[in-house]
Design a protein around this ligand. Structure first.
Ligand code: NDP
Ligand code: OXD
Length: 314
């Protein structure tokens, strides 16, 4: 078995080293070191360069090193083999931590207390609504969205979620499809985006959607949390909504262009909290162990799990 690993935008070294350690008897090649293209059985990608996987006649599958697979579809020469996305408890738990952290950051008004600390202001009288009074709406009830929704509900938030097809989760008000979206937005104070980027979801976090969020939030206005993909959001609309009072604040982990350009007004906006697309970072050891296990199972004749539906785009 020969494995081709192609990584852009992340440091490839720890990935290659870990993969070699996990599979000492296998040939591990990169787009730069590949000699015999017919020997490659599996390819691993994070934002691989277009064409890197073309002309591999014996390729059996491509594994994404992340949960999202939109990066694979940038390659117009992507071979017609199964695409496997990353489903992993470590990734899932890290994402839920980010969602819970930022929901609480806004709910408990921590950015304001940071400012008060800076100014040495002691003010106990700021209103603190209970979590049960805050309605959170999670866009995407997949592996990540469902877990985040469940953990938010455990804290006591009033949680709803939205998916393409109908889903049922205890303790979560579940909505689906286009009609379901408007109904959920109308009861949402904190909107959490954990959708994949597809032609259907691109740009959906825009002015028209923000205008449908609940106007009677105990937090003083709707709050946006996006850790799905930057392509889901229209940043000019987020800025306009913040200026116009349509949004009160936002926490963003992902951006239209990454790294976020120095000139972006989001960097310095007082009501925007930024993290550098690491809400749920893929760590080489956990991710590669999961892939190595899948390859071993596939070599034993078992079917691949978490295969992407190319028509749906996720
Ligand atoms: P899943 O495929 O498990 O879940 C996707 C969810 O989105 C499903 O509930 C799906 O609906 C829903 N969905 C997709 N398209 C639509 C649509 N058009 N309308 C309504 N609902 C839709 O993905 P994950 O939960 O594993 O991951 C979600 C995304 O999170 C990834 O694609 C990636 O972009 C992002 N991510 C970001 C990270 C970060 O560090 N910032 C880290 C990891 C992932 P249905 O249930 O009906 O299929
Ligand atoms: C992912 C990511 O998709 O890190 O896993 O964005």
């Amino acid at each position: 078995v020969t494995i081709l690993i192609a990584i852009n935008d992340w440091d490839p070294q720890p990935w290659r080293e870990r993969l070699r350690a996990l599979l000492p008897d296998r040939a591990i090649v990169t787009p730069e070191t590949i000699v015999d293209r017919s020997a490659v059985d599996y390819a691993l990608s994070w934002r691989h360069g277009p064409g890197a996987f073309a002309g591999l006649p014996n390729l059996k599958a491509i594994f994404s090193l992340g949960a999202g697979v939109d990066h694979l579809f940038h390659d117009s020469e992507l071979p017609d083999v199964p695409l496997v996305r990353m489903v992993d408890t470590d990734l899932r738990d890290r994402m839920s931590e980010w969602v819970v952290l930022h929901s609480l950051l806004h709910h408990r008004q921590q950015r304001m207390y940071d400012w008060q600390q800076d100014q040495q202001i002691w003010d106990e009288d700021v209103e603190q609504p209970a979590a049960a009074e805050i309605r959170v709406g999670v866009l995407g009830l997949g592996v990540l969205g469902a877990d985040a929704a469940r953990k938010l509900a455990l804290i006591g938030f009033d949680v709803a979620g939205w998916s393409r097809t109908r889903r049922d989760h205890d303790g979560i008000a579940c909505f689906h499809g286009e009609d379901g979206l408007d109904a959920m937005l109308a009861r949402t104070d904190i909107l959490v985006a954990l959708l994949p980027l597809t032609p259907q979801t691109r740009g959906m976090l825009n002015s028209s959607l923000f205008a449908k969020l609940a106007r009677d939030s105990r937090l003083g206005g709707p709050i946006l949390l996006n850790a799905g993909r930057g392509g889901l959001q229209v940043e000019a609309d987020i800025l306009a909504a913040l200026e116009g009072g349509v949004l009160k604040a936002a926490s963003l982990d992902v951006f239209e262009v990454e790294p976020l350009p120095e000139a972006s007004p989001l960097w310095r906006h007082p009501r925007v909290t930024i993290s550098p697309h690491n809400a749920a970072i893929s760590t080489p050891d956990t991710i590669l162990r999961a892939i190595v296990d899948q390859i071993a199972a596939h070599e034993r004749g078992e079917p691949l799990r978490h295969v992407v539906d190319r028509k749906r785009g996720y």
